[in-house]
Design a protein around this ligand. Structure first.
Ligand SMILES: Cc1cc2nc3c(=O)[nH]c(=O)nc-3n(C[C@H](O)[C@H](O)[C@H](O)COP(=O)(O)O)c2cc1C
Length: 140
C-alpha cells in the first residue's frame, strides 16, 4: 500500500477574511479535495492560516503549488512534511475551525505553536507536531 504524504504549512492572510469568504473558500476546497482524495484541516487564527494536507504525494504537491500562489495569503512556509501509513483526517475533505472553537487548553497550544512558527524561533519535533494534530482531530 502506498504511503500517505502529509504537509503542514503556515501563512498570513492578505486581507481580513469574513465568514462568507471563508465559506466560499471551504466549499470550493472540499469539492476539489474530494476529487483528488485529499483530506485535511484548515485553522484560522487572527490573520494566520495553518493548513494540514494529506493524500497522494503528487496530488498534495500539485495542490500546494496552487495554494502557494493564491493572493488571499502570503509568506507561505512549510512546517512539516512526512510519509505516514494512515491519514489523520480521513473523514474530512477539509475540516475547519477558528482557533477559538477548540477547547481552551488546545486553543492556547495551537496559538502558541502558530506564534512560535511565525517567529522562526523554535524547532518542533515531528513527533510533537503529529501528537498535536492527533489531539486536534479528537475535537471534530
Ligand atoms: C488558506 C487557503 C487554503 C486553501 N485550501 C485549499 C484546499 O484545501 N483545496 C483547494 O482546492 N483549494 C484551496 N485553496 C484555494 C486555492 O488556492 C485555489 O484558489 C483553488 O484550488 C482553485 O481551484 P480551481 O483550480 O478549481 O479554480 C486555498 C486557498 C487559501 C488561501
Amino acid at each position: 500500500m502506498s504511503k500517505i504524504y502529509q504537509l503542514l504549512y503556515l501563512s498570513q492572510s492578505s486581507e481580513t477574511f469574513s465568514m462568507f469568504r471563508l465559506d466560499e473558500l471551504l466549499q470550493k476546497s472540499r469539492l476539489n479535495n474530494k476529487a483528488l482524495n485529499i483530506t485535511g484541516l484548515l485553522i484560522y487564527n487572527a490573520g494566520f492560516f495553518l493548513q494540514f494536507l494529506e493524500g497522494d504525494k503528487s496530488n498534495v504537491q500539485m495542490l500546494y503549488k496552487k495554494i502557494q500562489n493564491d493572493s488571499r495569503h502570503g509568506k507561505v512556509k512549510i512546517l512539516y512534511e512526512q510519509k505516514e501509513d494512515k491519514r489523520i483526517f480521513n473523514e474530512w475533505d477539509m475540516a475547519y475551525k477558528n482557533v477559538y472553537d477548540f477547547n481552551p487548553q488546545l486553543s492556547s497550544l495551537i496559538t502558541n505553536f502558530i506564534f512560535a512558527k511565525s517567529k522562526k524561533t523554535t524547532l518542533t519535533k515531528k513527533e510533537d507536531i503529529k501528537e498535536l494534530f492527533k489531539a486536534i482531530i479528537k475535537e471534530f
